[in-house]
Design a protein around this ligand. Structure first.
Ligand code: ASP
Length: 325
């Protein structure tokens, strides 16, 4: 099954700049060598948009579609690469099936020289029908590499090799049409899927990146505004903030779950190394929740899903501890 959501892979030129234009059937028709794989692919056009405009509700609706699919050997989802590290992780958290779900996209639009969409789609189809992909949750296949959606990041604005898993590396690769996994994955974590009830209050989780000279004004703004249900702080280094921000964060943590992550892009948030004012030891003692190995974007997705699923406050820190990979 191929499900299309839009993105560069489905974009073609319109008055000089590219916009979403191609449906899933057109994407398949552009893949040389697909017939040789010997697989019947059904298509579903689920959305036709840039990936920055996908919403949590879009993705939870897609998860419901995945759950209802019966009798398919594998599922490929095409979408824009911009938000794939978030959407892939969200689907990984809420999808409980064993059927492989493989996300892919393109860094170069279909109308550009050297478009990478067809090769990525072919590699994604091969991965989705691989028996070895079963039970691994949601995978991201780009540039002939297989990544866990729970770890992958988009690390470049234009390179066809933009997708990297800084903690642990790729899970496998596709060479000469053969799918090879390097090893087993650690256990996945799933979360009860939040009901798609339009009357459900919207969950809002803020993401604040700490930067040189931050004096806490942004955190104070969150404290004054009732719109927020949780926050992720992307701290310096191992999870640090300027000393002057601590009092506001301390107050924020009494009002909502506040998760501490690192803005560095790799490695765990620390828990017991730095004891100076604004260090992680003080912040965790003030009630912030360590994000473990999750980067700030993925930590925000997990916190959103936990809050939307109605997970009680006391269970949020254990859920983060459990999500570490
Ligand atoms: N702007 C595009 C999107 O994410 C980029 C891409 O698909 O690579 O929709």
């Amino acid at each position: 099954m191929l499900i299309g959501l839009g993105g560069t892979i489905a974009m073609a030129s319109s008055a000089g700049a590219v916009v979403p234009a191609l449906g899933a059937a057109q994407l398949l028709a552009a893949v040389p060598g697909l017939a040789g794989v010997g697989v019947d692919v059904e298509v579903l056009d689920f959305r036709q948009t840039s990936s920055a405009s996908l919403s949590f509700d879009d993705l939870l609706g897609l998860a419901a579609v995945l759950d209802a699919l019966d009798g398919v050997d594998g599922i490929v989802i095409t979408q824009g690469t911009d938000s794939m590290e978030e959407t892939g992780y969200l689907l990984d958290l809420v999808y409980r099936g064993d059927t492989p779900v493989v996300m892919t996209g393109a860094m170069r639009a279909a109308s550009l020289a050297g478009a990478d969409g067809p090769a990525n789609l072919l590699a994604a189809v091969r991965t989705a029908i691989s028996p070895e992909a079963r039970g691994r949750g949601v995978l991201v296949v780009m540039a002939d590499e297989i990544h866990a959606a729970s770890r992958v990041r988009k690390t470049h604005t234009t390179s066809v090799a933009a997708f990297r898993s800084p903690d642990g590396g790729a899970l496998g690769e596709i060479t000469e049409g053969r799918v090879r996994f390097a090893g087993a994955m650690t256990a996945r974590r799933t979360v009860a899927t939040p009901a798609l009830d339009p009357r459900r209050p919207r969950v809002r989780v803020a993401l604040l990146t700490m930067a040189l000279g931050d004096d806490g004004t942004l955190v104070e703004a969150l404290l004054r505004d009732d719109a927020w249900h949780g926050a992720v702080i992307a701290g310096f280094g191992g999870g640090h903030v300027p000393a002057g921000v601590v009092p506001a964060l301390r107050r924020l943590a009494t009002r909502m779950p506040v998760v501490l992550a690192s803005r560095t892009g790799a490695g765990p948030v620390l828990t017991s190394s730095y004891g100076y004012p604004g260090g992680e030891v003080e912040l965790l003692a003030a009630g912030l929740i360590p994000a473990g190995m999750l980067d700030p974007l993925k930590a925000r997705v997990l916190l959103h899903v936990l809050l939307a699923a109605g997970v009680p406050g006391a269970e949020i820190a254990p859920a983060f501890a459990d999500a570490v990979r």
